[in-house]
Each structure stands twice: as structure tokens, then as C-alpha cells.
Design a protein around this ligand. Structure first.
Ligand code: GDP
Ligand code: GDP
Length: 437
């Protein structure tokens, strides 16, 4: 089902991030142990009634050294580019300002639906203060209080009203989504072109959605794929990708839509800090991953070079030890044919289901080979049984006597045993322990 995106815009200090946090609630990622991933959230999942949507706090995206007006203009433009519905926030404790009018005018010119919320209306008596905001020309203003959590229901009802139309407009696309992520200039676009072999076919934007014009269909071995080239967005002309936070946001959005993520490295330059951050995003999102070292033509090689590079990758991306690595050249197409067999393989892993009986045999064997840990008072972890609850990534629930007794290292051991037994090449697996009543 199509998952819409909502962007929060408005000038500074009106309460955008307060509202953002209020709407996403206290959701937490399952995996929190990836080093190098910046934790300040500008992008998260929200839920209202039976809708799940992505939420962007554009206030967190800054370009340094730009005048104030440029900043808020940029944020509004990013919102228009990225979002299906825009939530414009103003401060109900102040009059309409020039900057409010400035932002409103930019939004008006887009064809995106805008819901106007007047924030900091902390009590009922203040509700009369909202009428002057009609002059922004964005329709009915909704009084809310981000810090007290008031009024949000009505505003989100209005937002969700716009989703219904979107969900009807978008036809189901069942192709397997493969995104290419990586630093600028590692060769993402070149790789897409090399895969396609020919001049690339650009699918036109589907009106009313945020699908990117850089989605490219591709058929391999009778299977329909969509290649998502995150570089293409930058090359499309506009804008702001030089800002780190925006490129991280773009990568996150591409990753989220993907079944498989190709983490592209530059073989010529080696591994950089930014590579780790980008790869960490894919891991955290639970996606199947192939690490692709590009520009292999430009590397002086002997028989040890590939092995050394692999070790370097294992060293720098320890949490990605499940991801296969391949070396290619987009320029000469050398070894390019290694890519899709790996893509097929990691995809199969990510959708693999293990029968409960088989799973429990492996769990029993694992526990007998390496007994469960005890706590300081001698209480021992008991694993009663396990079951696979979902795929993409494969997720297992283990029913135990006490979840506190399930230590990280033992969970890791179980993961390794599951990998030994079932493979799961290229996909993270999640193991959740739950107390059995
Ligand atoms: P942003 O710059 O638009 O993201 O604004 P923030 O969310 O950082 O909020 C700016 C200030 O307004 C902070 O001091 C918040 O505590 C305050 N604030 C946010 N929402 C409300 C509200 O609903 N009522 C009141 N009284 N203050 C609020
Ligand atoms: P992107 O920013 O990641 O999309 O990178 P591009 O595809 O635009 O490539 C950046 C530069 O690297 C261009 O000058 C390409 O010609 C060059 N390049 C891409 N792939 C290869 C390759 O496999 N070998 C070599 N030698 N150069 C490459």
C-alpha cells in the first residue's frame, strides 16, 4: 500500500519539532546498535487512525551560510518536493508575520494540499486568536498545542483526508525495488546506466505522488525490478543535496522504499566515514544489502587486492558481516554480471520463512551446545520455543522466562546459529525475546 509523506514547515520557533515529536510519539527503532548513525530525527514514521505515513521535520534541514529567507524558502521547497501533504505551522501567540506570508505564498503556488495549524493554543480561551490566520489563504486554521497535545486529532483527520485520494490514485507496483546508495561520485548513475546497457529510460512522474522520476524499470531473469538511483535526484537539476542532512534524508527515503539496497563504494578511493553512515542507514532499516565496490578497473591489482579490500570492509562495517561483497566496473562493465545473481540471492534470504519445527530443532541444538546465561543470582535464561513472525527482514520471536536474561551476546550467538543453519545471506535478521506468561 502507498505510504504517504507529510512535511512540517514554518518559520523557526513556531513549534515544528515539538509537533513532529508529538506526532511520531515514542517510536523507537528496533536496532539501536549501529555505530555512526546520527540520531537526530528529521524523518520518522507516524500513525493516525489506520494510516501509516512518513513525517519530515523540514526545520531540521539547514544550509549553512544562507540568509534566513533563503533557509525557509529552501525548507518549503523541500517540503513541496518530498511530501504529499504539507503541515504548515504558525505561532498562535503572535500575529501573522511577513515570514508566515512568505512561506504561505510558496506553498500556495504548489499543487500540494496544505493543512494549516496554529500552534501554542494551550487552552480553550485562546481559540479565538486563530481567525486572523485565514489571511494566509491556506484554508481553515486548526488550533493545536504541541506541548500539551491538544487539537492534533482534528488536524490529523484533515491530513488523513488527503491520503484517501492518494491511496486510490496509486496503482500497486509489485516490482522488486533495488536502490543504489553511496557518496557522491562513487558511480551510482553510471552503474544504473551500465546495468541497463542502453540509454536509460526515465519513467515519468506519477501525478500527485512523490515517486521519483529516477525510478527505472528493469527485467532480469523474468523478474521485474525497479532501480532507484539516489544520485539521479541530485542530477535532476535542483538543489540542496550538498547539505548533508538532506542527502541523508534522501538516502533514507530511497532505502525505505527498497527491498534491496546496493551500498556502492569507490574502489579507487577506499572507505570513508560517510560510507559508514550511509551503510548504517540501510542496516537499521532492516533491508537486504549487497556491498558493491565500483571503479575496480581503476585499481592496481594483484592477487591479494580483492581479499585485502574485503577485509577492510569487514573491519569498517562490522555490523554488515552478513552482506555479500562484489567488485565491478561501471565503466568497462567488468564483473557486472556478478551483481544480479547476488541481488536474487539476498532477496530470497530476506523473504525466507523457516518452519517452526525446524527452527526449534536448531534452537534446542544451539542451547545444548552453548548453555544459556545466568544472572548474578544464578537465575538462568530459558528459551521455551521460537517462531518466525515476519520477513523482510526475517524476524523471530523467542519466548523466554525473563527477557532481562537474554543478553546481547547470547542473542548474537543465536543469530549466528540461525545463519549457520539457514543462510540468510545478505539480510539482517531480528530476534525479539518475549516473556511467556
Ligand atoms: P521549531 O523551531 O519550529 O521546531 O520550534 P520548537 O518545536 O523548537 O519550539 C519552539 C519553542 O516553542 C520551544 O520553546 C517550545 O517549547 C515552544 N512550544 C512548542 N509548542 C508549544 C505549544 O504548544 N505551546 C507553548 N506554550 N509553547 C510551545
Ligand atoms: P554518482 O554521483 O555516484 O552517480 O557517480 P557517477 O555515476 O556520476 O560517476 C562519477 C564519476 O566516476 C564519473 O566521472 C564517472 O565517469 C566515473 N565512474 C563511474 N563508474 C566508474 C568506473 O567503474 N570506473 C571508473 N574508472 N570511473 C567510473
Amino acid at each position: 500500500m502507498y505510504k504517504p509523506t507529510v512535511a512540517v514547515v514554518g518559520r523557526p520557533n513556531v513549534g515544528k519539532s515539538t509537533l513532529f515529536n508529538r506526532i511520531i510519539g515514542e517510536r523507537k527503532a528496533i536496532v539501536e546498535d549501529t555505530p555512526g548513525v546520527t540520531r537526530d530525527r528529521l524523518y520518522a514514521e507516524g500513525e493516525w487512525l489506520n494510516h501509516t505515513f512518513n513525517l519530515i521535520d523540514t526545520g531540521g534541514i539547514e544550509v549553512k551560510d544562507e540568509p534566513f529567507q533563503e533557509q525557509i524558502k529552501m525548507q518549503a521547497e523541500i517540503a513541496i518536493l518530498e511530501a504529499d501533504v504539507i503541515l504548515m505551522v504558525v505561532n498562535g501567540r503572535e500575529d501573522v508575520t511577513r515570514d508566515d506570508l512568505f512561506v504561505a505564498r510558496i506553498l500556495q503556488k504548489s499543487n500540494k494540499p496544505v493543512v494549516l495549524v496554529v500552534n501554542k493554543i494551550d487552552n480553550f480561551e485562546m481559540r479565538n486568536d486563530i481567525y486572523e490566520f485565514y489571511q494566509l489563504g491556506l484554508g481553515e486554521p486548526f488550533p493545536v498545542s504541541g506541548s500539551h497535545g491538544l487539537g492534533l486529532g482534528d488536524a490529523l483527520d484533515e491530513v488523513a483526508g488527503h491520503f484517501k485520494q492518494l491511496e486510490m490514485d496509486v496503482e500497486e507496483d509489485t516490482s522488486i525495488k533495488v536502490s543504489l546508495i553511496g557518496r557522491p561520485n562513487v558511480g551510482k548513475s553510471s552503474l544504473v546506466n551500465a546495468i541497463l546497457g542502453e540509454e536509460r529510460v526515465i519513467v515519468s512522474n506519477i501525478a500527485g505522488t512523490t515517486r521519483d522520476a529516477v525510478d527505472t524499470p528493469y527485467t532480469y531473469d523474468g523478474e521485474a525490478y525497479t532501480l532507484i538511483d539516489t544520485a539521479g535526484m541530485r542530477k535532476r537539476g535542483k538543489i540542496y543535496e550538498s547539505t548533508e542532512k538532506y542527502s541523508v534524508l534522501r538516502a533514507s527515503r530511497a532505502i525505505e522504499r527498497s527491498d534491496i539496497v546496493l551500498v556502492i563504494l569507490n574502489g579507487e578511493e577506499g572507505i570513508r566515514e560517510q560510507d559508514k553512515r550511509i551503510a548504517g542507514l540501510a542496516h537499521e532499516a532492516g533491508k537486504a544489502i549487497v556491498i558493491v565496490v565500483n571503479k575496480w578497473d581503476a585499481v592496481k591489482k594483484d592477487e591479494k587486492t580483492m581479499r585485502d579490500f574485503e577485509l577492510d570492509i569487514k573491519d569498517n562495517f562490522q555490523y554488515l558481516d552478513y552482506a555479500p561483497i562484489t567488485f565491478v566496473s561501471a565503466l568497462t562493465s567488468a564483473r557486472l554480471k556478478t551483481l544480479f545473481p547476488l541481488i536474487q540471492e539476498v532477496y530470497e534470504s530476506s523473504i525466507k520463512r523457516i518452519q517452526s519445527s525446524t527452527l526449534n530443532e536448531v534452537l534446542v541444538d544451539s542451547v545444548s551446545m552453548n548453555p544459556t546465561p545466568t544472572d548474578s543470582s544464578g537465575r538462568r535464561l530459558s528459551i521455551y520455543y521460537g517462531t518466525q513472525v515476519s520477513v523482510k527482514p526475517p524476524t523471530f520471536v523467542l519466548f523466554v522466562n525473563d527477557t532481562e536474561l537474554m543478553h546481547f551476546s547470547y542473542r548474537r550467538y543465536i543469530e549466528n546459529q540461525l545463519r549457520k543453519a539457514f543462510g540468510f545471506k545478505g539480510t539482517p535478521i531480528h530476534i525479539i525475546s518475549r516473556k511467556r506468561n
